[in-house]
Design a protein around this ligand. Structure first.
Ligand code: HEM
Length: 407
């Protein structure tokens, strides 16, 4: 029998604006907590770095959790969203071995270190094109004018998708992020996410058919090759990976850039040093990933009863790995609440760990390095304007609603 001690509140709008004092208090109380998710729900959640890393690698837990995402919805409404759970269930991130292993091995080809380093000049060119029109001293909403569109542009170029569709993609992607990133999901969020997935599948059905006739060097052509080579992927799974890459390639990296600029503007001394020593950008980006992690949690479902941090948790229950909290674990990081752009051996979990370790990590790093260094160097006078920026209410994907600055 499971003992469920008092539930704790983390997923509230108030905590979301600054979760770190709550994380610090809960770290002091132990590595595992039973967190309140709305009125009816609670979920076991791991805060410690060591346990999060080991759970992410543990084969007794499953990444197949698309169906579980519907559980916070009223039981009478869940059946309306079976298509949503089915479509999400086709994404690589929600697969288990051996299907996951096979597909991941093939997809790795498109994300090898060499392939991504080869993209650096393209990233530099896109960043240059987007920053050039921004005038010194002008007021800019940096999320809207730079952080949001920049990663969409990159991943769309990798997929070979026309630029005029970017705004539509951003809207669809937002709808999916709101559903995925809110532990207390609503029927309205599920509806918007399902509609977005249906539209995206339709879009990729047409795009894949065209690309089959005219293959190139892009990721969709690589996925088509994988699908044609063997029995690894069905046609529908192919569309699902395109959608997943478009979503993951944009929804997280925008927040690395937004969170990065905001963090740097709040730490002018450290930023001045980075401006002086651009070679610091690699450790700086790792530290920003640790300090303001764009993905705050991931989830797994238990395939069998297991004991986690001394607590027996039954089969089929979900468990959250609180990556953002693990990245502030005082048992792992010296002065975890201090920003240290030169931090060495920064083994953060911003990209998770184990078989689902982010396939796009290297691409995100390159994008973050190029974008943040260019901003810091070209706009040394950049400052926040207006009231304190607010964090968007998707707890899972941590990012700012807007970031008004004077350049
Ligand atoms: C700062 C940017 C990014 C962050 C913080 C991030 C974070 C993550 C995390 C935490 C996971 C694993 C979740 C889990 O264990 O359940 C993941 C997986 C994944 N990410 Fe990223 N990501 C970023 C950028 C990207 C980019 C640029 C792409 C692709 C273009 C991408 C594609 C993926 C895919 C396909 C997976 C699933 C991998 C698998 O299941 O094998 N991500 N990401």
């Amino acid at each position: 029998m499971v003992i469920a001690p008092g539930k704790k509140v983390v997923f509230s709008d108030e905590v979301l604006q600054n979760p770190y004092p709550t994380y610090a208090r809960l770290h002091g109380e132990g590595p595992l907590h039973y967190l309140d998710v709305g009125s009816k729900w609670a979920v076991w959640s791991i805060f410690s770095h060591a346990e999060c890393a080991s759970i992410a690698k543990d084969p007794r837990l499953s990444a197949k959790r698309a169906q579980q995402m519907l559980l916070p919805l009223p039981i009478s409404r869940q059946s309306e969203f079976s298509e949503l759970a089915r479509m999400l269930g086709l994404w690589l991130i929600f697969m288990d071995a051996p299907e996951h292993t096979r597909l991941r091995k093939l997809l790795n080809k498109g994300f090898s270190a060499a392939a991504i380093e080869g993209l650096r000049p393209q990233v530099e060119a896109i960043v240059d094109r987007m920053l050039k029109p921004l005038q010194h001293g002008s007021e800019v909403e940096l999320m809207r004018q730079f952080a949001n569109p920049m990663p969409v542009r990159i991943i769309s170029e990798m997929l070979g998708i026309p630029q005029e569709l970017h705004d539509t993609f951003v809207n669809w992607s937002r709808a999916i992020a709101l559903f995925r990133g809110s532990p207390d999901r609503t029927v309205e969020q599920a509806r918007a996410a399902q509609d977005a997935l249906i539209e995206l599948t339709e879009f990729f059905r047409k795009t894949v058919a065209e690309r089959r006739r005219n293959k190139g060097n892009d990721l969709i052509s690589l996925l088509i090759d994988i699908e044609e080579e063997g029995e690894v992927m069905t046609e529908e799974e192919l569309y699902a990976q395109c959608i997943a890459l478009l979503f993951a390639g944009h929804e997280t990296t925008r927040n690395l850039i937004g969170n990065g600029v905001y963090t740097l503007l709040q730490h002018p001394q450290e930023t001045a040093e980075l401006r002086e020593k651009p070679e610091m950008i690699r450790t700086a980006v790792e530290e920003i990933l640790r300090y303001e992690s764009p993905v705050q949690f991931t989830a797994r479902v238990l395939k069998e009863d297991i004991e986690v941090c001394g607590q027996r948790i039954p089969k089929k229950w979900s468990i959250l790995c609180m990556l953002g909290a693990a990245n502030r674990d005082p048992k792992k990081f010296k002065e975890p609440n201090q920003l240290n752009l030169k931090r060495l051996n920064n083994e953060h979990l911003a990209f998770s760990a184990g078989p689902h370790f982010c396939i796009g990590a290297q691409l995100a790093r390159v994008e973050g390095q190029v974008a943040l260094l260019n901003l810091v160097q070209r706009f040394p006078e950049m400052k926040l304007t207006g009231p304190r920026p607010e964090w968007a209410s998707t707890f899972g994907f941590r990012g700012l609603k807007s970031l008004p600055v004077v350049m």
